[in-house]
Design a protein around this ligand. Structure first.
Ligand code: PLP
Length: 400
């Protein structure tokens, strides 16, 4: 089939809830992907940080195939050999007492919300149906009805009401607003340590630490959504570590499978996750042996290949190289680890198309921001290769 045929089929029979670049990918290896005509591209999006380990990592691939030959799904009606081992790996790696496995990131967030409400009712004594969760403006936690109920993005909510009550929004980065918003019915504060979808927005230094203290003083759970920022992306295993804090609840997903399968989880203390009783919550696929074997391999790659450390080493180098590009089109550059936002003075989409022609895949976010988030396995030379092309497109070329 020709490239145009794939695009036509997708446009004809698929819902148009995405606006992909017109590149049809067929194969991937490490930081590289190949289209149907064999052209090679450097992946600078990593499926929104799900591919921190790179495409088709051999160790995760082997774990997938080995487990797929043995057993893929038991449902949680029965036990399997992989789930307890994933629990143990997560506990050893993160220090959290317990985990609750799900599939998509959004489901992990939904699960965290349920856990917080349950804790609010059972432990804090919040009257039934009165629990409040505080969130931040510009948040992105997924697309289900409960989650878009507290989105501040007009399009995410337009025509999808009625919405879920029980959420209050404060400005991202404003800890005084958090203090002011807390009531006796507040069970949790849900926050991305760095807002990815909003354009890699880094809050003022000290914000998370102040929030952690405010939550502790007021008996409110601090819940960090690390679905995009976690598992090495920012140069630490978790982005909250940059502020030396320890949240009560953490959601992870994306790179938890290295891109092989949807795997997510909620991590928390026994005081919180220990409250779930049989029948309170579940998922047919959550915690299945294939997902768990994949997640175990994906986590071991992050550790063995020192991906967080690589991100800490190579991120500042990449950022400094991007900062050297002088162009009236650039409004600003920021980043943490291998997670860089290049904010332009005009719509970023044509630049992403031009970068694609140069062999770099990235995607605009919020109109004028280009997010650069390559697999954490990227090398120094590959970064220089990318910078040369980014300079060509953003620095000089007339792309219109
Ligand atoms: N939370 C954050 C911070 C995210 O970045 C995302 C996805 O981009 C999600 C939740 C939703 O994850 P998923 O698309 O796997 O449902």
């Amino acid at each position: 089939m020709l490239t145009t045929n794939y695009i036509e089929l997708e446009e004809e029979y698929g819902a148009h809830n995405y606006d992909p670049l017109d590149v049809v990918l067929e194969r991937g290896e490490g930081v590289w992907v190949y289209d149907t005509e064999g052209k090679r591209y450097l992946d600078c999006l990593s499926a929104y940080s799900a591919l921190n380990q790179g495409h088709c990592h051999p160790k995760i691939l082997n774990a997938t195939v080995e487990q797929a030959w043995k057993l893929t799904l038991t449902s949680r009606a029965f036990r399997n050999t992989q789930l307890p081992q994933l629990y143990e790996d997560l506990h050893r790696l993160t220090g959290f007492d317990m985990a609750l496995p799900m599939n998509s990131g959004t489901e992990a967030v939904e699960t965290a919300i349920k856990a917080a409400r349950k804790w609010g009712a059972v432990v804090k004594g919040i009257p039934e149906n009165h629990a409040e969760i505080i969130v931040c403006s510009n948040n992105f936690h997924g697309r289900t009805i409960a989650v878009v109920s507290f989105s501040s993005e007009e399009q995410y909510r337009q025509d999808f009401g009625p919405f879920m009550p029980g959420f209050k929004t404060i400005p991202f980065g404003d800890s005084a607003a958090l203090r002011a918003a807390i009531t006796t019915n507040t069970c949790a504060f849900l926050v991305e340590p760095i807002q990815g979808e909003a354009g890699i927005l880094i809050p003022p230094a000290g914000f998370l630490a102040e929030c952690a203290a405010i939550c502790r003083e007021n008996n409110v759970l601090l819940m960090c959504d690390e679905i995009q920022s976690g598992l090495g992306r920012t140069g630490k295993m978790f982005a909250f570590e940059h502020e030396g804090i320890r949240p009560d609840v953490v959601t992870i997903g994306k790179a938890l499978s290295g891109g092989f399968y949807p795997v997510s989880a909620v991590l928390a203390s026994r005081d919180v996750l220990g409250l779930f009783q049989p029948g309170d919550h579940g998922s047919t696929f959550g915690g299945n042996p294939l997902a768990c074997a994949i997640a175990r391999a994906a986590l071991s790659v992050i550790v063995e290949e020192r991906l967080a450390e690589r991100s800490a080493e190579l991120g500042p180098f990449f950022l400094a190289e991007i900062e050297k590009i002088k162009s009236p089109m650039i409004r600003g550059v920021r980043g943490r680890g291998l997670w860089i936002a290049l904010e332009l003075n005009e719509p970023a989409r044509p630049y992403c198309v031009a970068l694609m022609k140069e062999g770099i895949l990235c995607k605009e976010t919020h109109g004028n921001i280009i997010r650069l988030a390559p697999p954490l396995t990227i090398t120094h030379d590959e970064i220089l290769w990318a910078v040369e092309r980014i300079r060509r497109v953003v620095g000089t070329a007339d792309i219109r």
